[in-house]
Ligand binder design. Structure first.
Ligand code: DAH
Length: 372
């Protein structure tokens, strides 16, 4: 039979000796005090307060003491561990505060710096004015039609009654597209938006009321008044009992909405192969209203003291065009017009040089504001 070992001397369990516990505690406190960063303190915590720290190991020895000695040893080790944990907490708080103060200085943000220094883009005024022009007709009930920029010669010329030797077909005006093998492809960069008339008539059931805004190309040199790439707005109506009076009414509604209520328009006879009769539309100068005509003291820069501004071409659709598009000319007639978008922008906003429109300088576009 065994009996409690009364004569067991706790002093013999070295790690639990008061001097040893005090030494371990002091070593830990010294290490804590010496830790100069939160990273160092983390290592100190593992070394002196972790599961494998000297005092944790000493704690395990308590179980091997006689019961009478356990309480005192437990208090001693527990007290030392508590002191260490307190010290860790205090040092941690000090180091954290130091770190926070340092971060505030080192990672300071200058809130007075401008945050919006990246320049914003802007929609191009040609885009926005073409949309406005289109919308005026959409409000009157027109639909928007489209066609390709690389167009078949047949749509661009033949179907529009340009005879094979019409001068506009020559290299002077037209960009011809070469076939991959060299030679003729039968394709051109469309020289106007009028081919969309024929496409719309072939695509849609009658009656047709369409506008077609789009890019057009001609072999012009870029200067203040010409650009090889430009834009037009085509308009077309084909219905029963259509007359030139309807054309005039639609053009007037457009002019009043775009340039100012009550402005007068005038039609001058002209020639286009795809309209008969054809005309050019002028609009009364909305700046001088004709006051500058014959009045050298008050010249007008907008109309060049002409009193009128040329807007575009128009006319009653030539029955040959309608026939090419399969329309019954006994029953239907129609009119069409083509208005230059660049010209409209020049007049509406006083842009004097075409080159400003094509150079792509965002400062030009930004001046028109962020119209959407
Ligand atoms: N296509 C012509 C041009 O580019 C403009 C034009 C004139 C269009 C008369 C039309 C029209 O629809 O009827 O010069």
């Amino acid at each position: 039979m065994s009996a409690p070992n009364d004569s067991y001397d706790p002093v013999e369990v070295t790690p639990l000796h008061p001097d040893e516990v005090a030494r371990m505690r002091d070593e830990a406190l010294a290490a804590i005090a010496a830790a100069s960063s939160l990273e160092e303190l983390k290592e100190v915590r593992i070394a002196y307060a972790g599961d494998r720290s000297p005092l944790a190991l000493a704690n395990r020895e308590i179980g091997s003491l006689p019961p009478s000695a356990r309480a005192e040893a437990g208090q001693r080790v527990g007290g030392a561990r508590r002191e260490i944990s307190e010290a860790l907490k205090e040092r941690g708080a000090v180091l954290e505060e130091e770190r926070d103060n340092r971060v505030l200085v080192e990672e300071a943000v200058d809130v007075t710096l401008g945050w919006d220094r990246r320049p914003r883009g802007a929609r191009h005024p040609l885009t926005t004015i073409a949309e406005r022009m289109t919308d005026i007709f959409v409000n009157m009930g027109f639909e928007v039609a489209e066609g390709p920029e690389v167009e078949a010669e047949w749509y661009n010329f033949d179907a529009l009654n340009f005879l094979p030797d019409h001068p506009a077909r020559t290299m002077q005006d037209t960009f011809f597209v070469e076939a991959p093998s060299g030679g003729e492809s039968g394709l051109v960069l469309r020289t106007h938006t009028s081919p969309v008339q024929v496409r719309a008539l072939l695509d849609r059931p009658l009656p047709v009321y369409v506008v077609a805004p789009g890019k057009t190309f001609r072999t012009d040199e870029l200067d203040a008044t010409h650009t090889p790439v430009f834009h037009q707005l085509e308009g077309m109506v084909v219905d029963e009992n259509i007359t030139m009076a309807h054309l005039r009414g639609a053009i007037d509604a457009f002019v009043h909405s775009m340039f100012g209520a009550g402005l007068r328009t005038r039609f001058r006879p002209y020639y286009f192969p795809f309209t008969e009769p054809s005309g050019e539309v002028d609009l009364e100068c909305f700046v001088c209203r004709g006051e500058s005509v014959g009045n050298p003291d008050a010249p007008c820069r907008t109309c060049g003291s002409e009193g009128w501004i040329e807007l575009g071409g128009c006319g009653m659709i030539n029955p040959r065009v309608l026939v090419a598009a399969g329309v019954d000319t006994e029953r239907y007639s129609g009119w069409a017009f083509g208005i230059g978008v660049e010209r409209t922008l020049m007049f509406a906003h006083g842009v004097r040089d075409m080159r400003d429109m094509v150079e792509g300088d965002v400062r030009f576009a930004s001046a028109f504001g962020m119209e959407v």
